[in-house]
Design a protein around this ligand. Structure first.
Ligand code: AMP
Ligand code: GLY
Length: 434
């Protein structure tokens, strides 16, 4: 690759997903300088962390222009919803990530549900409310179980799966009471679905859809899939329990969604994330996200054989039809190490040890999320999800064992993890039957 093919790249975000994206982008011969804004204690080793407000469209576009970036990649949802991709494209710079209109697939659960209806995509039956009294009356009429969702962005925490009536009522009250801020001004109430979950991420340029390999997150904080929802406690890829028929149905749902967005004049270029539940009546969409998943990215990207810069440029320049994806045969497994107390309040600034030893194990990569480097060079905790420890292996079990082996080498005060990531998949499909 000649040097003239190289470009500077700006990546926005600071999570484990962004560390994984940063490593994949930096591995491309097309990447010259990589800037990560704001980045974390891991991305600082991959490129240059820059103190930039990632949610300020004008600031991001200006930085990309000044540094001559040939590609801007947006990791998290907040900058997408804020319109950063629109500003970057308006500045004439190729951008991976939908504009504010497209980001509504994630930014508004109501928009997302209405889009699914128009696209004919199977999803849970629902109703949406802006009035607390009407929402409570609906809850009482329907009866439990029900799922109560704050409409807007709530960092994966604005969803309450209520098994009892009083729990559902409390959830409605806390949404309208401001627990999720402005996100809770509209509340979506859904029927509760059952079955294994499966994440299907897809690259799309708004016309062509290239599904990535399947992955499965573990959303609940506690072992046995108990406790509150979190951003995600662990994942693996591919998902062994998905049938070919289910896979085809999921891909079709993604394609119909992209077609509907395009028909409605919404220019969607980036990653579309379908969160599915494999119900007895077939796969149904629980949610769409307008970005890569976290921690799904930490198991999907290590298996992608393509040059990520080439794929993302093809997305940004609307020529994804030229690209075919290819995947390593290995299984990938990640375990998230969190700060005690997450997803509630937790302490920061705890010194982390053992990351280098864990990272040095064969087939292991430790992705940083909530970490920071102190002035004296110590690696410390700086968030709820601290690290995602990923291992590859020739079998599901081998990848799983290696990931847990690596987790044991890492320590910090309050280190918390689930030890049962992937256990159900090992037991087979029956493990999801009630
Ligand atoms: P969401 O942010 O909409 O994906 O919801 C977060 C998590 O809540 C999902 O990954 C599921 O575990 C759970 N969930 C959401 N909607 C439903 C539903 N209708 N039935 C059962 N569980 C759900
Ligand atoms: N892992 C769930 C998400 O990224 O939304």
């Amino acid at each position: 690759m000649s040097e003239s093919n190289q470009m500077n790249i700006l990546l926005l975000g600071s999570g484990g997903r962004e560390h994984a994206l940063a490593l994949a982008l930096a591995a491309s011969p097309r990447c010259a300088e990589l800037f990560i804004a704001p980045g974390n204690g891991g991305t600082v080793e991959v490129g240059e962390n820059v103190a930039l407000d990632a949610e300020d469209p004008a600031a991001a576009a200006e930085f990309a222009r000044e540094t001559g970036c040939g590609l801007v990649v947006i990791g998290p949802e907040a900058p997408l919803v804020a319109g950063v991709a629109d500003a970057v494209r308006a500045a004439g710079i190729p951008c991976f990530g939908p504009g504010a209109e497209g980001a509504q697939v994630e930014g508004s659960k109501r928009f997302s549900k209405e889009l699914m209806d128009r696209a004919g995509v199977p999803t849970a039956a629902y109703a949406s409310f802006t009035d607390e009294g009407e929402a409570l009356a609906y809850v009482r009429a329907q009866g439990a179980p029900l799922v109560v969702k704050a409409d807007g962005l709530a960092a994966g925490k604005g969803v309450i799966v209520a098994t009892g009536l009083s729990e559902a009522e409390d959830a409605v009250r806390s949404c309208f009471g401001g627990e999720f801020g402005a996100a809770g001004a509209t509340v979506v109430i859904e029927e509760m679905l059952t079955g294994p979950e499966c994440s299907l991420l897809a690259f799309t340029d708004g016309v062509t859809v290239r599904p990535m390999s399947t992955s499965q997150d573990h959303k609940r904080a506690l072992e046995g899939d108990l406790g509150p929802n979190t951003g995600g406690m662990g994942a693996y890829s591919p998902v062994p329990i998905v049938t070919d028929e289910e896979h085809a149905a999921m891909v079709a749902a993604m394609e119909r969604t992209v077609e509907t967005l395009a028909a409605e004049g919404i220019d969607y270029r980036g990653c579309l994330y379908g969160g599915f539940m494999l119900t007895p009546a077939g796969p149904k969409v629980l949610e769409f996200n307008a970005r890569f998943g976290d921690p799904e990215t930490q198991v999907v990207l290590p298996r992608l054989e393509n040059d990520l810069v080439e794929v993302m440029l093809a997305v940004a320049e609307r020529r994804l039809s030229e690209v075919e994806l290819s995947w390593r045969d290995d299984w990938a497994f990640t375990v998230v190490l969190t700060s005690a107390g997450y997803p509630g309040s937790y302490e920061k600034g705890k010194v982390i040890t053992g990351v280098e030893r864990a990272d040095a194990l064969p087939d292991v990569t430790v992705y940083h999320a909530g970490t920071a480097l102190t002035d004296s060079g110590d690696l410390v905790t700086a968030g709820g999800r601290v690290l995602a420890v990923t291992a590859l292996g020739p079998t599901f079990e081998a990848a799983r064992d290696r990931a847990y082996e690596a987790c044991e080498l890492i320590d910090f005060e309050g280190k918390t993890l689930r030890h049962d990531i992937g256990l159900r998949a090992l037991r087979g499909r029956d493990a999801w039957d009630a």
